[in-house]
Design a protein. Structure first.
Ligand code: SGN
Ligand code: CA
Length: 531
């Protein structure tokens, strides 16, 4: 069972003794007079902005995230934060290196990062920071630049996950409990035991709510009575779109597995075109201890029986799938929100809130049924955009930023916090000037972002594409399909759901030409070698 990490901590025992140092006194000595801020980067896997209530999406209104909302109320919510490649491993490589996918070498999920690139924590450590990463690492290379780490194996498991640490001699060791709680415990334990003479940079990387969305059993009943609203584009017929929409395999109706994803373990055969099997669901569930498993069965067993008896078809079946998917996903989010609460609480009670910058983000966006989809990968808003909330000590609170920012900016931001110069090959920009202006764009801020997705052949069959966006328009170029290359153009302001492809529309001729010019410029300046 999960132990309260503080209960076993010597420091806490000490703090509870008469005459022990109060948090305020501890604060005065924090980091031995080093004025540089501590950094906490919390990055959740596949957390959509639609599922954070501070973002105000209809979905999250019925499944609020109070701790993330607190962070947004005390900091800046970024509404135009994007990734440069909407997939886990490339996004993590970008965070670690500050490089675009083609520069780090990590273009696809299974690709290998260039072993010669520098990792930000290596630079931070050299500059006197204590560095740690807890949770999902997901790259094939070993962690570099960390004083401490506890990393999951690949995607990681929800229950009894195995962790490899800086002191486990390369071995993965199982830990009892639910993954989100265990990662939080490792993070708190690091904070508790860290070298208090140094500033720290701690990356907390949650595995949840990644597919197949297995919640903590304490939340299996949460939202069971809530009927979540369908997104406006749930029944999109992809009119006016190209080959990519026709060949993708990320549809809730056809590609979501009844067994693995939707947990109907009573089925003998998989009725969707998914390759997932009963064995693959069981692999996850069998990691629960017997009490936990019994609670799981007690909740899902009767629900599944009722579902099978009702013999739903067509639209009713599709809506049932959507509700089961969204409920499980949001249950996973609840645990993540709890984790954020625990970390903020720790900072408060240990005098660290005033000298620690807290960043909350995801490795990309995620589809919550928009266009009939789950997963990510596309340059369309739901997957291209990522949530980003930053609380800066003494900074403006409750602000919303419209500045165009990208995951390339984390590296230069953290180096800036530490007073270290960014490397010349990093294209991102420090966000500190934006933060210090309460989210407003400083002068000469960037006007365009570049995006590139490469991961095909792969499970969801999303065609390769690159593109450019500004605050209003987006030009996407799909290539490598069987029907030849083609482009799409969207006016995000008039058409936030990206339903009307305006490419070739004469009324937009000049705007399309302007974005095409920017795209060409990016390709040349960044030495893009395929498109
Ligand atoms: C796994 C999932 C995919 C998902 C990728 C990438 N399949 O392969 O659905 O797109 O991860 O996700 S599963 O059968 O293993 O669940 S990412 O967040 O790591 O990029
Ligand atoms: Ca992810």
């Amino acid at each position: 069972m999960r132990q309260n990490p503080l209960a076993i901590s010597g420091a806490l025992l000490l703090a509870s003794m008469p005459g022990a140092m109060a948090p305020q006194e501890a604060k005065a000595q924090e980091n031995n007079g080093d004025k540089r801020l501590n950094i906490i980067h919390i990055m959740t896997d596949d957390h959509s902005f639609q599922a954070i209530s501070a973002y105000g999406h209809p979905l999250s209104r019925q499944a609020p995230t109070p701790n993330l909302d607190r962070l947004a109320n005390e900091g800046i919510r970024f509404d135009r934060a994007y990734v440069e490649n909407s997939l886990s491993t490339p996004s993590r490589a970008c965070l670690m290196t500050g490089l675009y996918s083609h520069q780090s070498g990590q273009r696809t999920l299974e690709g290998l990062i260039d072993t010669t690139v520098t990792f930000v924590p290596e630079l931070l450590r050299k500059a006197g920071y204590q560095t740690a990463l807890m949770g999902k690492w997901h790259m094939l290379c070993e962690p570099r630049g960390f004083d401490q780490y506890y990393i999951l194996n690949g995607q990681g498991e929800y229950y009894t996950p195995v962790f490899k640490s800086d002191h486990s001699n390369g071995e993965y060791i199982p830990e009892e409990g639910y993954v989100t709680d265990l990662i939080t415990d490792h993070a708190i334990k690091f904070l508790e035991e860290r070298d208090k003479d140094k500033p720290f940079c701690l990356y907390v990387h949650h595995k949840a709510p990644h597919r197949n969305w297995i919640p903590d059993v304490k939340y299996v009943d949460l939202y069971e009575d809530v009927v979540f609203p369908l997104p406006e584009t749930f029944h999109d017929d992809y009119a006016g779109k190209g080959e990519a929409e026709r060949v993708q395999r990320m549809r809730i109706d056809e590609d979501m597995s009844m067994i693995y994803d939707l947990k109907v373990s009573e089925l003998d055969e998989e009725p969707s075109r998914s390759k997932h099997t009963f064995g693959m669901l069981e692999m996850g569930l069998s990691r629960m201890d017997s009490t936990t498993r019994a609670k799981w069965e007690a909740a899902y067993g009767p629900r599944n029986e009722a579902f099978l008896r009702s013999d739903l078809k067509g639209e009713e079946l599709l809506e049932w799938k959507y509700q089961r998917y969204i409920r499980d996903y949001l249950r996973c989010i609840r645990s993540v929100d709890d984790s954020v609460g625990e970390i903020l609480e720790y900072l408060d009670s240990h005098g660290l809130a005033d000298n620690t910058i807290v960043v909350y983000t995801s490795d990309q966006g995620f589809y919550m049924g928009e266009h009939g989809w789950f997963d990510k990968r596309f340059m369309y808003e739901e997957s291209y955009r990522t949530p980003l909330i930053i609380r800066y000590p003494g900074g403006k609170a409750g602000k919303v930023s419209e500045a165009l920012v990208q995951n390339l900016d984390f590296a230069p931001t953290y180096l800036d916090v530490a007073g270290v110069q960014a490397l010349p090959q990093m294209s991102g920009r420090s966000l500190l000037p934006v933060i210090k202006k309460g989210g407003k764009e400083p002068c000469r801020w960037r006007k365009y972002l570049y995006y590139h997705y490469y991961d095909i052949p792969s499970e969801h069959n999303v065609l390769k594409h690159d593109g450019v966006s500004d605050k209003r328009y987006k030009l996407i170029h799909f290539y490598g399909g069987e029907e030849g290359d083609y482009s799409e153009f969207y006016d995000i302001k008039k058409d936030p759901n990206e339903l009307s492809n305006l490419y070739g529309d004469k009324r937009y001729r000049r705007k399309i030409a302007r974005l095409q010019k920017q795209l060409d410029k990016f390709r040349t300046e960044l030495a893009i070698d395929e498109y």
